[in-house]
Design a protein around this ligand. Structure first.
Ligand code: S3P
Length: 436
């Protein structure tokens, strides 16, 4: 039975060594590239969250064989092309899933209809549809570029596309469409965003050139490339690791290590920011896994101080502002987070919901159109029930806050946590957290 609410109670220090679940961004890409490739792709450490499982199902509907071989071990057999799905493709809550799959599908002469849950059906898809239409795809969608929508692909030409916003999803959709376009594809990023697609395309045998110039980062994918199945080891998700690490930073006496965390510099902005706030964070055992840097991260309880986060750091920690805001509530002074307008079009309006939730818990929050300022203090009141609007990161951020506040914090719709972090409650309880 689905849980109606979940409550975090302040209690003892958190201690232990855990592994983060597989990285969500890399898990989606491993399944999609595996399905587009020719031959077998063996994946280890796949995140088995609802978002990624929806992508696995979608890949089956486009004609790939997708089998679960064991815990986190999946085998995808691609046919080097997509067939037309027999039914509507439901991507659940996953913006990454639907946007990347639309890009991949646009390269083939098929028609596919996409939908998702009530959150995904509110999110903007025009950012992906516009460049795909420039390349030659056709679509029909709800008002405002919303799902459900139908895409007709095939006959694509190359493109040189400057991203209007910092979005790895849009970049990835254009690159995946480009695999089956007649001409070369270049994507120009004003600010570099997570580069897992570029890295993984190379692992599947494609040549991707990256050039940092005065106008930004240019990613070039020449026409006529093919992908061959390979092995992918998915590292631990820094966006999920951030929750137990944050809990350790704000709960007196705590020390928590998360092993195997992805440390790609385009994902690691939260660690740099916490360090600037005075966090005791250490990284050990740095190594590589499938072309990505990985390490073990230890966080100990720390006296935090507010900082100004440089706006240009936003792409490297865009999913971590909710948990940053929760930790900023315990920091002495003001934490300024600006240049984060993209937060308003995530699974929910994360600026509005964090501001409402933190204020209900006793923090002072100033909301701006594209930012927020949190004025914190070491003794946070808590004692609120927070509306999450079905957003997994809003739920986990407030639960972490509740572990260190004076009074318990309750969140609604905790079932949504399974979209990205299905083992969250068990993992946190294993560290000593009181969640019920
Ligand atoms: C993602 C990119 C980011 C991020 C999302 C995952 C990806 O979204 O917020 O959780 O895997 O490419 P945008 O591309 O919309 O910034």
């Amino acid at each position: 039975m689905a849980l109606a609410t979940l409550t975090a109670r302040p209690g003892q220090a958190l201690r232990g060594v855990v592994r983060a679940p597989g990285d969500k961004s890399i898990s989606h890409r491993a399944l999609i590239l595996g399905a587009m490739a020719t031959g077998v792709t063996e994946i280890e450490g796949l995140l088995e969250g609802d978002d990624v499982v929806a992508t696995a199902e979608a890949m089956k509907s486009f004609g790939a064989d997708v089998e679960r071989a064991g815990d986190g071990r999946w085998r995808v057999t691609g046919r080097g092309g997509f067939k037309e799905p027999a039914n509507v493709v439901d991507c659940g809550n996953a913006g990454t899933g639907v946007r990347l799959i639309m890009g991949a599908a646009a390269g083939f002469a098929i028609s596919a209809t996409f939908t998702g849950d009530s959150s995904l059906r509110k999110r903007p898809m025009m950012r992906v549809l516009a460049p795909l239409a420039d390349m030659g795809a056709e679509f029909i969608c709800r008002e405002g570029g919303r799902l459900p929508l139908t895409l007709q692909g095939g006959g694509l030409k190359g493109i040189s596309y400057r991203l209007p916003m910092a979005s790895a999803q849009v970049k990835s959709a254009v690159l995946l469409a480009g695999l089956h376009a007649e001409g070369d594809v270049a994507v120009i990023e004003p600010e570099p965003t997570r580069d897992h697609t570029e890295r993984m395309l190379r692992a599947f045998g494609a040549t991707v050139e990256v050039d940092d110039g005065p106008a930004g980062r240019v990613i070039l994918l020449a026409a006529g490339q093919t992908l061959t199945g390979t092995q992918v080891r998915v590292p631990g998700d820094p966006s999920s690791a951030a929750f137990p690490l944050a809990a350790a930073l704000i709960t007196p006496g705590s020390e928590v290590t998360v092993e195997g965390v992805l440390l790609n510099p385009l994902r690691a902005g939260i660690f740099q920011t916490w360090r600037e706030m005075g966090a005791d964070l250490t990284i050990t055992n740095e190594r590589g896994a499938s072309g990505e840097p990985v390490g073990d991260v230890t966080a100990r309880f720390s006296k935090l101080t507010g900082v100004e986060v440089p706006p240009e750091r936003a792409p490297s920690m865009i999913d971590e502002y909710p948990i940053l805001a929760a930790t900023a509530a315990f920091a002495e002074g003001r934490t300024l987070m600006r240049g984060i307008g993209e937060m308003r079009v995530k699974e929910s309006d994360r600026i509005a919901l964090m501001a409402a939730g933190l204020e209900a818990c006793g923090a002072i929050v100033e909301e701006e159109p594209e930012g927020m300022i949190v004025t914190g203090r070491p003794d946070v009141r808590g004692g609120a029930t927070v509306e999450t609007h079905g957003d997994h990161r809003i739920a986990m951020s407030h639960l972490v806050l509740g572990l260190a506040a004076a009074s318990p914090v309750t969140v609604d719709e905790p079932g949504m946590i399974a979209t990205s972090f299905p083992g969250f409650v068990a993992l946190m309880r294993g560290l000593g957290a009181q969640l019920a």
